[in-house]
Design a protein around this ligand. Structure first.
Ligand code: GLU
Length: 611
């Protein structure tokens, strides 16, 4: 297996080189290799915290808690205590893979017309986003405790030290966070309390904005967050209950109910009732590998699985390298078919019936793949998966991008893939006790039925979790060993980013960093997108020429080029030539030493750590 992968990798490198990419390739980020453990995150300080916890003997679950608490501080626009997450977790001791649903929930009083005005019209995304209506009951603190209780080794309090220290001593605001603050201010200029929609909350405004100039605090500003340090101290001492009961819960409910734009309805009781749910992973065989991801309420595992299943069925149409027009065509058409099913069928399966097995049924996927021809199929219609028992109207909205992905493998062989979010950039823009509240409920459909009165699966319902695109994934080889841990932020583009990273490693034999460096392309059943290359970050190629080729030869009517800001964090487990027995990294690998090969996304601030 390993030999085959290496051969393919060498062939791929020769191929890329022969296409004139060698010069650029040498300037691109290269993979990091470690022997024992590895952590990949979207921020160097978070990676450092995770690597330290691994180094002192912590497990992947331990490292995740340290990483998450640091991310909530240094990349506050993307994830934090006020948000939710999904985890795919491989436990080396039992050889079992499980998934954890820590998705935010709608309050108990939520109704299906939540985002409609009295006339039945949508209140508009911005209005809903920047309001108390969008805040779901957070799942992240409960998730951290759940994972630590079951899979942690180090004392719980120890895991909070890196974030507490940074919150007290301060850290430098990154270029990326500063520019994202500026982006929000640009959308809605105005400094006065009555003028602001974004950062309407004075605490968030003062933390992120220079109140004299009304401009984003510049990169390099020393940021201290004492309120966050106090919240962490409470969590460290009393566990997640410190968040879900008592003064912190009261402050969250008050902030939601007293929102300065539109008050929401979350109560202390909603917080007290929050539970994470362990669910079966959703897995599909792709080229002899088992690709496992997150099932409903995320559409990620199913849609990634469908894309991979469909492209494998049409190997006859596959190109010879990842940027070949044939490859781009096949991947885009598979995306169309997958998004047609996703939009119609996927929502919280505790509330609606989702045909999970049918959507990944091999015969069904072969039938779906047969729709692909040598030219663009146009808008794909949803199919009829074999176990479908309820039909719904589709929810087709595309989403803005926040979120972060963390991949970890520890020395014991445990693997953890977590995508964590507060939904849009800076969540709903309100800060409580040093962390931002999410706006995850805008992931629900704003309409509850279509024009014919057919219900939408992803409509708002009390205590329901909104549909997600988050696609944390773990890929296993045919002996059941962890092969690849991957995932990305990026709104509904997450699905394509993740599927492409898996295709690039498994089909084209690229290492995780090379896979990330390949420019993106995808189709979410509307227009086709091609990523404009970024010097020093992605491979160089002529996006406009490829777009022209798709129009001329493959009859694409709508191809757009532009930024596609993924945040992939990937780790591959590779058997080294040395046959000395290794510890960890999978049960079936006892006779081989393994090494870890990591890739981080330089479209954001990704880094790889470990040793
Ligand atoms: N809230 C989105 C989801 O769960 C993710 C947002 C993002 O990646 O930016 O699908």
């Amino acid at each position: 297996m390993r030999f085959r992968t290496l051969v393919i990798a060498l062939l791929a490198i020769c191929l890329l080189t022969s296409m004139g990419w060698s010069k650029t390739e040498t300037e691109l980020p290269t993979a990091v290799v470690t022997k024992r453990e590895m952590v990949v995150t979207a921020n160097p300080l978070a990676t450092e915290a995770g690597a330290h916890i691994l180094k002192i003997g912590g497990t992947a679950a331990d490292a995740m808690v340290a990483v998450q608490t640091v991310l909530g501080l240094v990349e506050p626009q993307s994830s934090g205590l006020g948000g939710g997450a999904f985890i795919v977790y491989y436990d080396a001791k039992t050889g079992k893979t499980t998934t954890l649903d820590a998705r935010e929930k709608a309050p108990a009083t939520a109704t299906e017309d939540r985002f409609l005005d009295d006339a039945g019209d949508s209140i508009g995304f911005s209005n809903a986003w920047q309001s108390g209506l969008s805040v779901g009951v957070p799942g992240t603190p409960r998730m951290m405790e759940y994972m630590h209780d079951r899979y942690g080794k180090l004392p719980w309090q120890r895991l909070f030290v890196p974030a507490k220290r940074l919150a007290q001593k301060g850290f430098e605001l990154t270029e990326r966070t500063s520019s994202q603050i500026a982006e929000l201010l640009d959308r809605n200029p105005g400094c006065g309390d009555d003028e602001r929609l974004f950062f309407r909350d004075p605490t968030a405004f003062e933390y992120f904005v220079d109140t004299d100039t009304c401009e984003a605090k510049p990169a390099g500003t020393l940021m201290r967050n004492k309120a966050y340090a106090r919240t962490l101290r409470a969590l460290a001492r009393k566990g997640a209950d410190a968040f879900y009961y008592g003064p912190i819960a009261r402050d969250i409910a008050d902030a939601v109910q007293g929102d300065l734009n539109i008050p929401g309805d979350m109560t202390e009781e909603d917080l007290a009732n929050y539970e994470v749910v362990e669910r079966e992973p959703v897995c599909i065989d792709y080229m002899g590998y088992d690709v496992c991801g997150m099932g409903p309420p995320s559409s990620g595992g199913l849609a990634v699985g469908q894309i991979l299943g469909i492209i494998e069925n049409r190997d006859d149409l596959m190109g010879s390298n990842p940027l070949d027009a044939d490859t781009v065509h096949l991947f885009s058409q598979a995306g169309r078919l997958a998004f047609a099913d996703r939009n119609k069928y996927v929502a919280d399966s505790d509330f609606v019936s989702v045909p999970v097995a049918g959507m990944l049924d091999p015969d069904y996927l072969a039938d779906r793949a047969a729709f692909i021809t040598g030219t663009d199929m146009g808008t794909a219609l949803p199919g009829y998966p074999p176990d479908m028992i309820a039909s719904y109207a589709p929810d087709t909205r595309a989403k803005l991008s926040g979120t972060s992905h963390v991949s970890i493998i520890d020395r014991y062989g445990n693997a953890l893939s977590m995508t964590t979010t507060i939904e849009s950039s800076f969540g709903n823009g309100v800060m409580v006790r040093g962390f931002l509240l999410n706006n995850e409920l805008t992931d629900f459909s704003f309409d509850f039925e279509d024009a014919d009165g057919i219900p939408i699966a992803n409509r708002v319902e009390p205590n329901k979790r909104p549909r997600s695109s988050m696609s944390p994934s773990i890929v296993f080889d045919d002996d059941g060993n962890v092969e690849l841990v991957t995932g990305s932020p990026g709104g509904s583009r997450i699905i394509g980013y993740t599927a492409q990273s898996i295709m690039n490693v498994i089909h084209f034999g690229l290492d995780p960093q090379e896979a990330i460096n390949i420019p993106h392309y995808q189709n979410r059943n509307s227009y086709t997108e091609l990523e404009t290359p970024i010097p020093g970050v992605t491979l160089d190629y002529d996006a406009e020429a490829l777009a022209e080729q798709l129009r001329d030869e493959y009859e694409y009517s709508d191809v757009r080029t532009g930024a596609m800001t993924s945040g992939l964090s990937s780790i591959q487990v590779v058997e080294s030539d040395d046959e000395k027995p290794g510890k960890g990294h999978g049960k079936g690998r006892k006779h081989f030493k393994t090494i870890l090969v990591g890739g981080a996304d330089h479209r954001r601030d990704g880094t790889v750590g470990g040793r």
